[in-house]
Write a protein that binds this ligand. Structure first.
Ligand code: FCB
Length: 434
């Protein structure tokens, strides 16, 4: 292990999503899903980290970790509780939160959609409804007008591929549909086009405000798909996974090009619809040749003997380097690592995980790849979707009975990295020897 220093203007911080931390909102698809008893550990999102009432405490923790940026989500169902009716109190709350962040020198990156839908949208077929793009644009325009003086950096949609896979193929997220490949592609098309419209709207609204520093992107969930034994048919299968799970979204949202089966041509015109390339990176999958077109992901497995986290996800730091290299070569725009982190309740390997992944980021930067930010997933333990409250991804441990927050050892380590802008020899000594 070697010490390293990231570039001077490199920004480090943490990422969260509104539904996973805020608590208190009953007007969204995940509240209903939890009410219906679908959360694997029997927990619920109704309180989560109670962040809605504890934002000051949580911001103080971000400061304690020396974070210079924070990726936060807005809950659409709070801002627009009924179709076309906006809640000014919710916007005021977010304005307050963002103003406080700015006052403490933490730069916000705001996500507009992160898995959770307002119930009125869910009941109209969610993102399968051809009008979803109109509704999203209306919400984005309102939000940009309300917050655009404070926020320059935006993520329109988080991980559309994961949202559609779990909601329409695996069936373990709302709306709980299984093996609906046609819906997966229909949703993909609608989300791609909605992103492009949101991209244009965010730029246009802020331009009218006289702001020219707008940066809009997507947080793509990207994985490495690897042929299990290196056979030709496995390679073909891995390439197909990559295309259906990743490339249709990247070409669609980033360039306006619809790839079959999500569509054809460029209905909104070809262009560049991202100012940065956002990567959420967690893991790698080994792919066997058996491809079941109905389930799509039935042929994936974890590499034999590999180190895994609490959820069985392989820990594969080099994958982050490989993805940065591939997409920087293709697009030549700044890369933000919009999420990277691990599930480790005992905090047994998170420190090493952070070191290894940031070392790969540093390696990529040294080879000329323009990576500008890294957001660790996540600030504190929270509501991890279908897995519920028991999956622990936090730099900070949360006792959900008392809402007590405790910085983990890995959190201390990350806090020192944020302060130093890298890892020093002395830190390596302290955290890794013995
Ligand atoms: C990502 C999600 C995020 C969190 C992490 C563990 O896929 O964007 O909300 O659940 O995984």
């Amino acid at each position: 292990m070697k010490s390293f220093k990231l570039p001077k203007n490199f920004l480090l911080g943490t990422a969260t999503a509104a539904l996973q931390i805020e608590g208190g909102d009953r007007n969204n698809s995940w509240f209903r899903w939890a009410e219906q008893g679908h959360i694997q550990d029997g927990s619920h999102c109704i309180t989560a980290c109670d962040h809605w009432n504890r934002m000051e405490e949580d911001m103080a923790l971000m400061q304690a970790l020396n974070c210079r940026t924070y990726r936060l989500g807005l809950e659409w169902s709070r801002i627009e509780p009924e179709a076309g009716k906006f809640n000014s109190a919710a916007i005021a709350h977010y304005r307050d939160e963002i103003s406080r962040l700015l006052a403490t020198g933490i730069r916000p990156l705001v996500t507009l959609h992160h898995f959770s839908n307002p119930l009125w949208l869910e009941d109209r077929g969610a993102w399968l409804n051809p009008k979803a793009g109109d509704w999203f644009e209306r919400y984005v325009a309102y939000t940009a007008e309300q917050l655009g003086d404070l926020v320059s950096d935006w993520i329109t949609i988080n991980e559309p591929n994961v949202y559609l896979t779990f909601g329409y193929i695996a069936g373990i997220w709302p709306p709980g549909k299984q093996n609906r490949m046609i819906d997966y592609f229909k949703g993909a098309r609608n989300m791609i086009l909605a992103h492009i419209r949101a991209y244009r709207t965010l730029h246009a609204v802020r331009e009218r405000m006289g702001r020219s520093d707008t940066q809009v992107g997507v947080a793509y969930h990207l994985r490495i798909f690897e042929p299990k034994r290196g056979r030709w048919r496995e390679k073909r299968s891995a390439a197909l996974h990559e295309r259906l799970f990743q490339e249709i979204f990247i070409h669609g949202m980033g360039e306006g090009i619809l790839l079959p089966p999500a569509g054809i041509g460029a209905p909104l015109g070809r262009g560049r619809y991202q100012d940065f390339f956002g990567i959420n990176y967690y893991s790698r999958d080994m792919v066997s040749a058996r491809l079941n077109p109905l389930t799509l992901f039935g042929s994936l497995s974890v590499k034999e003997g590999a180190a895994v986290n609490d959820l069985g996800w392989e820990i594969y730091p080099e994958g982050l380097f490989r993805l940065c290299k591939k997409y920087y070569r293709r697009y030549r725009i700044p890369i933000y690592i919009t999420e990277n982190g691990t599930c480790d309740a005992r905090d047994a390997f998170r420190t090493r995980y952070i070191y290894d992944h940031l070392a790969q980021v540093n390696r990529a930067i040294e080879t000329g790849i323009d990576i500008q930010r890294y957001y660790h997933w996540t600030l504190m333990d929270n509501f991890e979707w279908a897995e519920g409250l028991s999956a622990r991804f936090g730099l900070i441990e949360v006792d959900f009975a008392t809402q007590q927050r405790t910085i983990r050892s890995s959190g201390q380590f990350y806090g020192e990295i944020c302060k130093e802008g890298g890892v020093t020899d002395e830190m390596l000594q302290r955290y890794f020897s013995g």
